[in-house]
Design a protein around this ligand. Structure first.
Ligand SMILES: Nc1ncnc2c1ncn2[C@@H]1O[C@H](COP(=O)(O)OP(=O)(O)OP(=O)(O)O)[C@@H](O)[C@H]1O
Length: 253
């Protein structure tokens, strides 16, 4: 059982308080959705969870080990991270770029290129047919799926993805969210996904953490966190419901 915990973390950057006393955790078998308005601190928190930034106060614990003191190569095998910014890769094939995920295991060259996990991840992200295409010629959504694919190639017990569906069409967004759900529920991964789509958050996440102004405003079951009054207050939008699923409808008057 893997557990990643951010315990009372605070972070300041450029003289601004970015995160204030944030505590949250994710365990094997669960998808946690990190939601909140632009600038709320979601990406900053995700980078702390990935061990890519160190908090000013508080700590990050992976199975009781402080992320600040574990070897980087061990951390890279435990936590796979998909950043929000998708960098256009150099002229390499899609499979070559995906195989870079195996570097976390010290694998490169043909060992990485032919690794079964790479083929599986290409298939899961709908890129197997495009494996030989030049990666730098992919569309924005295809590049986002390649970034996700590379993360899956790490085969880590913890998956952290920053807005993985922001550039995807509805079918691929549903495919990717189903993929995260399966990774958690069937394969026992611990998954944290940053999302702006409240309907996807409601449908596919087991728990939601709602951030506002660098702090956690609410956390718990999606139906509780996405209560109409809370969504209205935090996002300044009204919603309409399809069952329990909220759809942002209008700006608050
Ligand atoms: N290096 C930095 N120096 C100063 N401020 C920063 C720095 N990095 C981030 N910030 C600020 O921290 C706040 C939180 O940024 P963050 O990217 O974590 O928000 P977010 O919730 O992920 O937003 P979005 O939904 O727009 O991606 C923002 O106001 C941002 O401008």
């Amino acid at each position: 059982m893997t557990c990643l915990l951010a315990s009372d973390v605070s972070l300041s950057l450029g003289g601004r308080h970015i995160l204030r006393s944030v505590t949250m955790s994710v365990q094997s078998g669960a998808v946690v959705g990190l939601i909140g308005p632009n600038g709320a601190g979601k990406s900053s928190l995700l980078r702390l969870l990935a061990g890519l930034k160190v908090p000013d106060t508080g700590c990050l614990l992976l199975d009781d080990q402080n992320l600040a003191s574990v070897p980087a190569h061990w951390r890279a095998r435990q936590i796979a991270f998909m950043p929000q910014e998708i960098v256009r890769p150099p002229p390499m094939s899609v499979r070559h770029v995906a195989a870079l995920g195996r570097l976390a295991h010290g694998e490169s060259g043909s060992v990485a290129f032919h690794h079964p996990k790479v083929t599986e991840a290409l298939e899961q992200t709908g890129l197997l047919q495009s494996a030989d295409r030049p990666a730098h010629r992919l569309s924005g959504g295809e590049l986002a799926r390649l970034s996700l694919c590379r993360m899956l190639c790490v085969d880590a017990p913890v998956l952290l993805a920053d807005e993985p569906v922001a550039a995807l069409d509805p079918a691929h967004a549903l495919m990717v969210m189903s993929l995260f759900q399966k990774a958690a529920h069937q394969d026992g991964k611990a998954v944290v996904v940053v999302l702006h789509d409240l309907a996807l958050a409601a449908r596919f996440c087991d728990q939601l953490v709602l951030m506002q102004d660098g702090a956690i405003r609410a956390h718990g079951l999606p139906e509780d966190v996405l209560a109409e009054t809370l969504v209205r207050d935090v996002y300044q939008v009204t919603t309409r419901r399809i069952g329990t699923i909220p759809v942002p409808w209008d700006l608050c008057p």
